[in-house]
Design a protein around this ligand. Structure first.
Ligand SMILES: [Ca+2]
Ligand SMILES: [Ca+2]
Length: 261
C-alpha cells in the first residue's frame, strides 16, 4: 500500500472515530409532543376575524435527536417555519401574540446555559437580528417563552407573516447532564382586537397604565378600558392586574402573557 492510500485510510478512520464519539455521547436528547399539543393552532377571537399559526404540526421524539451543534444544523437542531396570519379580513387593528408553552423540561436542560431558542424572519440565518433569542436556563414546567408580543406585531388587515423558530443545544455544551433529557414544548398563540395592558387606551403599554389601574382601584377615576386592564382575565380589576402589568413592564414583555392564554 502506498503512502497516499494509507493517509486516506487514516483520515477516514479518524472521521469515523469522531462521529462515533459525538454520536455515542450526545445524540440522545429528544423533542417530544403528544397528540394534544399540536404545534399548529387556529383560534377564533371574535365573529369578525380569526387568526392562525401553523408551525408544521407535531414534533415527536421520532423526528429529531439533538446534539451539540449550531442552530442552522439541519440534522441536530430544530428548525420550524411558522406561518401566521388572519384568516378573515379585519377593519380594525389586531394584536398577535405567539409563545412557547413549556409542558416539560428535564433538569439537565434547564440547568444548562446552552439549550437555546431563537425566532427570526430569516430562513438562512438564526443569529443575526433575531426577534427574540434566549436560553431555557432556569425555565420550569408551566412557564411560557414569549416569541411575538402583540404590541410589536399588530396587523391592520389580512396580513401574513413567516417566522423561523430554532431550538438547539449549542456546540459549547459538554456537560453530561444534558444527555438523555426529554422536553415537551407546544407553540400557542392568540390574536385579539384588545391590547391587553393598555388600560388608558393610548395604544401603548407603559407605567401610565399602571397609574390608571391604581387610580381606578382607589376610586379616583372611572375612566378605564375594562377588558384591557383586566390582564389576568378574572373579571375584576384589582391589585393583581397592577402587579402583573408591573412585572410585564419590568421584563419588557418577556415571558409574561397578558390576557387569555
Ligand atoms: Ca396605555
Ligand atoms: Ca383581573
Amino acid at each position: 500500500m502506498d503512502n497516499k492510500k494509507k493517509l486516506i485510510i487514516l483520515i477516514v478512520s479518524i472521521i469515523a472515530l469522531i462521529l462515533l464519539i459525538i454520536g455515542g455521547t450526545y445524540a440522545f436528547i429528544t423533542w417530544s409532543s403528544n397528540e394534544n399539543q399540536a404545534t399548529n393552532v387556529v383560534f377564533t377571537v371574535t365573529p369578525d376575524f380569526s387568526c392562525s399559526a401553523d408551525a408544521g404540526g407535531h414534533i415527536t421524539s421520532n423526528d429529531r435527536m439533538l446534539a451539540p451543534t449550531d442552530c442552522m444544523d439541519p440534522e441536530y437542531a430544530i428548525q420550524r417555519t411558522i406561518s401566521t396570519g388572519l384568516t378573515n379580513e379585519s377593519d380594525g387593528k389586531v394584536y398577535y401574540d405567539l409563545w412557547l408553552d413549556v409542558n416539560n423540561i428535564g433538569s439537565g436542560l434547564s440547568g444548562s446555559q446552552n439549550f437555546k431558542y431563537a425566532l427570526t424572519q430569516q430562513a438562512d440565518n438564526c443569529v443575526a437580528n433575531p426577534i427574540v433569542t434566549g436560553t431555557f436556563n432556569g425555565v420550569t414546567n408551566g412557564d411560557v417563552i414569549t416569541l411575538l408580543i402583540g404590541i410589536n406585531n399588530s396587523y391592520l388587515s389580512s396580513a401574513t407573516g413567516t417566522y423561523y423558530l430554532y431550538i438547539w443545544l449549542d456546540e459549547a455544551e459538554t456537560d453530561i447532564n444534558t444527555q438523555n433529557q426529554n422536553f415537551d414544548f407546544s407553540i400557542n398563540g392568540r390574536c385579539s382586537n384588545i391590547l391587553y395592558g393598555d388600560a388608558n387606551g393610548d395604544g401603548e403599554i407603559n407605567s401610565k397604565d399602571i397609574t390608571r389601574i391604581n387610580r381606578y382601584i382607589n376610586g379616583s377615576t372611572t375612566e378605564i378600558i375594562y377588558d384591557a386592564a383586566d390582564v389576568n382575565v378574572d373579571g375584576v380589576i384589582d391589585s393583581t392586574d397592577s402587579t402583573i402589568l408591573q412585572n410585564y413592564i419590568n421584563n419588557n414583555g418577556k415571558n409574561i402573557i397578558l390576557g387569555p392564554h
